[in-house]
Design a protein around this ligand. Structure first.
Ligand code: NAG
Length: 507
């Protein structure tokens, strides 16, 4: 036997125990041990983007089932009819999460599966059964369910009957839905969010008209119906009251028994002034306030942001005494979906270039200054890699809301490709590793500096249906072959797994 030949059994052992151990041990600037032991580390998804089975088990059509069928709306003409077929493959997907070593999973409930006709019909036993199986399987693997009640998709019935979010009637439907979910699942769910990114749903659905129900008016867009100057404020008001209805039900009826917490998730882009001038600095303050605080200020302080009231005045609805009574039941946490940072240019004191996306805070946003991007571009047109942004965003929310507990409920990186992109290219996602590592480094720093952040969810565990981009963008830690539904870990899945096991070397 040659010297060293007795190493052979080791090689066999390593190869059979884990592919990971064969990879060179990567150096990293951030480690699991930089975060509190109780920290939640997970992955995130939403019902419409992964479940498929769009008519199975007596589910009714959602607003997204209807909207994706309108010609020209989705880049590749696709929809979520099948998506990742997670409805049938949830056990395999939980196994993927278990192999990553996460201790939490953020998903959303398909309202149209639980209440196909909203409160105008019964609770659907098949829908309850699906989420019971999902939750029980997660808990068996030591994974905490972190549940969003609605992540954009609602029963189309509510749109058809009374215009959904444009009617104050929807608070009774949302309250009923929340009550059914707390009653059915709350004995095992410790974390509830009412809404995912209502600020995006409102801006795209009622201001720019690019998401359902596709309403808008000039200068924001040209739609068959809608009033961009009024509908977004009415829809937001009804979402806030729907949220408050659900929180009141949870706090009065369930929380003392079930011992969970309830919050809301906002899309939270960080903004920087385009030019180093007072006008752009003020515009940046407005852009920030017109975004997540549009929802959060009423929920925490009972009023729309002063920055919005100053500009919009009477166009903002007011809270009645009954609304205020509901709003006294407060949030337990704020969910922060953070991906990127953009520049802001003032349009209040100076004329803005036409053709750029106008924010309603009298500003335009852009990813470039003098032709240079604010960070490395990604396949998602408005998402650049700007790690400092997560530190600044968390600090802003910490200061504005007295350090209410926060969770980073989404953070992730989009890959794009063309017909020449092969599987190996998709699997070799070093850009995503750099993104996750750099953002987690800044997140660890802001926590060390006192921010009460309690968890982090990578978007997403698998590639999935990316709304207007269909299947052309891939956010997954696992690659999905949509022909066979086979899932394959990308390099970033291995990176996240090693990170969670605290295996990376110190840089
Ligand atoms: C669907 O609903 C019908 C009528 O209530 C019921 O008979 C049937 O068993 C349901 N099917 C499933 C899969 O839940």
């Amino acid at each position: 036997m040659a010297p060293g030949g007795n190493n052979a059994p080791w090689i066999v052992l390593l190869a059979s125990s884990s592919l990971l151990l064969m990879l060179p041990r990567a150096a990293s600037a951030v480690h699991r041990s930089d975060f509190p032991a109780s920290f939640l580390f997970g992955t995130a998804t939403s019902s419409y983007q992964i479940e498929g089975a769009y008519l199975e088990g007596n589910k009714s059509l959602s607003n997204w089932d209807v909207f994706t069928r309108l010609p020209g709306r989705i880049k590749d003409g696709s929809n979520g009819d099948i998506a990742d077929d997670h409805y049938h493959r949830y056990e395999e997907d939980i196994e993927l999460m278990h192999s990553l070593g996460v201790n939490a999973y953020r998903f959303s409930i398909s309202w149209a599966r639980i209440l196909p006709k909203g409160r105008f019909g019964g609770v659907n036993p098949s829908g309850i059964d699906f989420y019971n199986k999902l939750i029980d399987s997660l808990l068996l693997k030591g994974i905490q369910p972190f549940v969003t009640l609605t992540h954009y998709d609602i029963p189309q019935e509510l749109e058809d009957r009374y215009g959904a979010w444009l009617s104050s009637e929807i608070q009774y439907d949302f309250g009923h839905f929340a009550d059914v979910c707390f009653g059915a699942f709350g004995d095992r769910v410790r974390y509830w969010s009412t809404f995912n990114e209502p600020n995006v749903a409102v801006q795209r659905g009622y201001m720019f008209g690019t998401y359902p129900p596709g309403r808008c008016s000039p200068p924001f867009g040209s739609c068959a119906h809608g009033d961009s100057g009024a509908d977004p404020y009415a829809a937001t008001h009804n979402m806030i009251l729907s949220h408050a209805t659900a929180v009141e039900i949870y706090k009065r009826k369930y929380q003392s028994k079930q011992k969970g917490s309830i919050g809301i998730v906002l899309f939270s882009t960080w903004y920087e002034p385009l030019r180093d001038v007072p006008d752009d600095r003020l515009a940046t303050e407005r852009a920030l306030a017109f975004d997540a605080p549009w929802f959060l200020d009423p929920l925490v302080y009972g009023e729309y942001p002063p920055e919005m009231r100053q500009i919009l005045g009477e166009r903002l609805p007011s809270f009645s005494p009954e609304d205020r009574r509901k709003l006294q039941y407060k949030l337990d946490f704020i969910g922060v979906n953070h991906y990127t940072t953009l520049y802001v240019r003032d349009c209040m004191f100076s004329r803005c270039p036409l053709g750029q996306q106008t924010q309603h805070g009298m500003a335009v946003v852009t990813g470039e200054r003098n032709g240079l991007p604010i960070g490395t571009p990604t396949a998602m047109p408005t998402f650049y890699v700007v790690p400092d942004g997560i530190e600044k965003m968390v600090t802003y929310i910490m200061m504005r809301y007295n350090n209410l507990p926060m969770f980073i409920t989404e953070n992730g990186y989009a890959q794009g490709g063309d017909s020449d992109t092969n599987v190996d290219d998709w699997l070799d996602d070093k850009g995503r590793i750099e993104y996750l590592e750099s953002y987690l480094t800044k997140l660890a720093k802001v926590i060390r500096n006192g921010a009460d952040v309690r968890g982090y969810f990578a978007w997403s565990v698998v590639d999935n249906f990316e709304w207007l981009f269909g299947y052309t963008l891939r956010f997954g830690l696992h690659y999905v072959d949509y022909k066979t539904q086979a899932r394959t870990p990308k390099l970033s899945a291995l990176w996240y797994k090693e990170f969670l096991q605290n295996l990376h070397e110190v840089q």
